[in-house]
Design a protein around this ligand. Structure first.
Ligand SMILES: *Cc1c(COP(=O)(O)O)cnc(C)c1O
Length: 389
């Protein structure tokens, strides 16, 4: 029988060779022989046996992210949150003790509390600035320390080398949500972390149009376990989405450099504004944890949080009402600028948080930084009388 499929040799010698890697779609992978089919699972974790564990488009992306993270292996997942849950499920079992930073991404915390505890895993949150003092919380059954630095919204920087050094001496694994810094800003594995997680949704995708997460590691056993879990949970990643994230990686460095420069300019000016009580942006000299940030990070991110002097909710409503270049929304790291608001009650739920009151979070995109600054200063002065100066 003649195959209707043309020759798919895409090497430069083949009939058609595109500069950009193609998008391969598949549920079914086909095999040359019965033996090949029967032994198909031996192709994993790197090879292909069925669509859920990936396509060449996905593997090419995983290879690029692994290289960026300085890792031997990477598995991508359909969202950052899916990567977080998969890492936790792959590592933890009944009776284990999990130490998680109190400043972790909100859904990571609620997954731990509402799902992992129900599976018989002990969950304990630790103060993000604990450093080597985490030793006093480590128990014989502590299996994993979960880090995120800077922390979500509140931006505490963790002493990662101190925590990973201690974890190693106690045989405890470490994982970090490294989304804020990206692989360009913080080399997590080089600082002793076992698993590095990114929400690729942010800088890697970079255009607010794709959801994805990644886990990179040098541990072969963990890698196999993660690939197995991907298959068991059916966590297939769309090859089109892999294509978009791979395209995002092509420009990530220039986008991030420009966005970080703009963020720095905006943060420096806002820090001097009389309505601004506190800048939470570790790349800013004088901001909390700046010294630790300067010690460990290679480049800044584009997300900052800030607190204003006391004012009613109506004042914030007016302020956000003045924004045009900034869209109001969650997520960050894309080319367009975004503003988000976190009410005081939300942060008050944390156990170890020195940030009281509402927080504004800004994601600085590729817009003209002076125009963004003018908009923010204009919005602040328009609302000035609503705040209690
Ligand atoms: C956005 C984000 C996530 C979740 O990523 P999604 O792809 O939106 O699920 C996890 N951690 C951090 C720090 C994030 O900012």
């Amino acid at each position: 029988m003649n195959s209707p499929i043309p020759n798919l040799d895409t090497s430069p010698r083949g009939a058609f060779a595109s500069l950009v890697p193609p998008v391969w779609r598949a549920s079914t992978v086909v095999f040359d022989s019965l033996d090949d089919f029967v032994n198909r699972r031996t192709r994993l974790p790197d090879g292909f046996s069925y669509g859920t564990t990936g396509t060449p488009t996905q593997r090419a992306l995983e290879t690029r992210i692994a290289e960026l993270d300085g890792a031997a292996h990477c598995v991508v997942f359909p969202s950052g949150q899916a990567a977080i849950c998969s890492a936790l499920l792959a590592l933890l079992k009944k009776g284990d003790h999990l130490l998680m930073t109190d400043a972790a991404y909100g859904l990571a915390k609620s997954f731990a509390v509402e799902r992992l505890q129900a599976l018989g895993i002990e969950v304990e949150f630790y103060p993000p600035r604990i450093g080597a003092e985490i030793e006093r919380l480590v128990r014989p059954n502590t299996r994993l320390i979960w880090l995120e630095s800077p922390g979500t919204v509140t931006m505490e920087v963790e002493d990662v080398p101190a925590i990973t050094a201690l974890a190693r001496t106690r045989g405890v694994l470490t994982a970090i949500d490294n989304t804020w810094a990206s692989p360009l800003g913080f080399a997590a594995l080089a600082h002793g972390v076992d698993l590095c997680i990114h929400a690729c949704t942010k800088y890697m995708g970079g255009h607010s149009d794709v959801l994805m997460g990644s886990i990179a590691t040098n541990d072969e056993g963990l890698y196999k376990s993660l690939r197995g879990l991907q298959s068991q949970m059916g966590l297939a990643v769309s090859p089109e989405d892999c294509f978009l994230v791979a395209r995002g990686l092509d420009t990530m460095q220039v986008r991030m450099e420009r966005q970080a420069t703009s963020a720095q300019l905006i943060a420096e000016r806002l820090a001097t504004h009389r309505l601004v009580r506190r800048m939470l942006f570790p790349a800013l000299p004088g901001a909390p944890d700046h010294a630790l940030w300067a010690r460990d990070f290679k480049q800044s991110g584009c997300v900052m949080s800030l607190q204003l002097v006391d004012g009613p909710y109506d004042a914030y409503r007016a302020l956000f009402g003045h924004l045009k270049l900034f869209s109001i929304g969650a997520s960050w790291g894309g080319v367009r600028s975004i503003a988000a608001f976190y009410p005081a009650e939300e942060l008050a739920k944390r156990n170890f948080c020195d940030v009281q009151g509402p927080v504004i979070r800004l994601s600085i995109g590729l817009d003209d930084p002076q125009a963004l600054l003018d908009e923010l200063l204009g919005a602040l002065s328009a609302c000035e009388t609503s705040f209690n100066l």
